[in-house]
Ligand binder design. Structure first.
Ligand code: CO
Length: 183
C-alpha cells in the first residue's frame, strides 16, 4: 500500500446526533470526497480501529473503511473502502465481542450473520461485490449499521447492557457539556 496522505479527523462519540442519523448516498466521487475517504482511512489506523464509518467523523455519507487484520502479525495495512453499500445476502449466526471508536471502553457480545454478500463502489468508483465471513463479515455489518444510525450497543439485550450503562451516560453527558461550551 502506498503511503496515505491525509489528516486525522476527530471522532464523534456516543451521544452525538450525527451517529443517529441515516446517512445520505454519495452521488459523485469528487476530489473532496476522495480526500475525505483517505482522511477517514488515516484516522482509522491512527486510532487503532479496524473499521470507521463517515458518520463517526461527523459526515452523514454512506461510506466506510474496514481493515480487520492489519494489526495482526504478518499482516499489512489493506484498507477496504465501500461507498453506497448494499447487502445482498446474510447467512448463519454468530456471537462475538465488539467495540467501537465512538464508544470507548465499552465491549459487548453482538449476534450477527456469519456470512454476507455485499455490493457497493470502491474508492475508484468501480462496482464491487464481495462475499465475506467471520471477522470481515462482522465488521461490514457493524460499519453498515453506522450508516443507518445504529450502534452496536443497540443490539445488546437490556440485561447485558447493565454493566456499561453508567459509561454510556457518562459519554452522553460529556457530549452535552462539550456542546454547551461550544455554543
Ligand atoms: Co463502530
Amino acid at each position: 500500500m502506498k503511503k496515505l496522505k491525509g489528516k486525522i479527523l476527530p471522532i464523534k462519540l456516543y451521544g452525538e446526533e450525527v451517529l443517529r442519523k441515516k446517512s445520505e448516498p454519495v452521488k459523485e466521487l469528487t476530489e473532496e470526497i476522495n480526500q475525505f475517504i483517505t482522511d477517514l482511512t488515516v484516522t482509522m489506523y491512527e486510532k487503532d480501529g479496524v473499521g470507521l464509518a463517515a458518520p463517526q467523523v461527523g459526515r452523514s455519507l454512506r461510506i466506510f473503511v474496514i481493515d480487520p487484520f492489519w494489526f495482526k502479525e504478518g499482516h499489512k495495512k489493506d484498507p477496504f473502502v465501500l461507498i453506497n453499500p448494499e447487502f445482498k445476502e446474510f447467512e448463519g449466526e454468530t456471537s462475538m465481542e465488539e467495540g467501537c471508536l465512538s464508544l470507548p471502553n465499552i465491549y459487548a457480545k453482538v449476534v450477527r450473520a456469519e456470512k454476507v454478500i455485499i455490493e457497493g463502489l470502491n474508492q475508484n468508483w468501480e462496482k464491487v461485490k464481495i462475499e465475506a465471513d467471520d471477522l470481515f463479515a462482522r465488521a461490514l455489518q457493524h460499519e453498515y449499521d453506522h450508516l443507518e444510525g445504529i450502534l452496536f450497543v443497540d443490539k445488546v439485550p437490556k440485561l447485558k447492557k447493565i454493566p456499561f450503562l453508567k459509561e454510556l451516560k457518562k459519554l452522553e453527558q460529556q457530549v452535552k457539556n462539550n456542546n454547551l461550551t461550544n455554543s
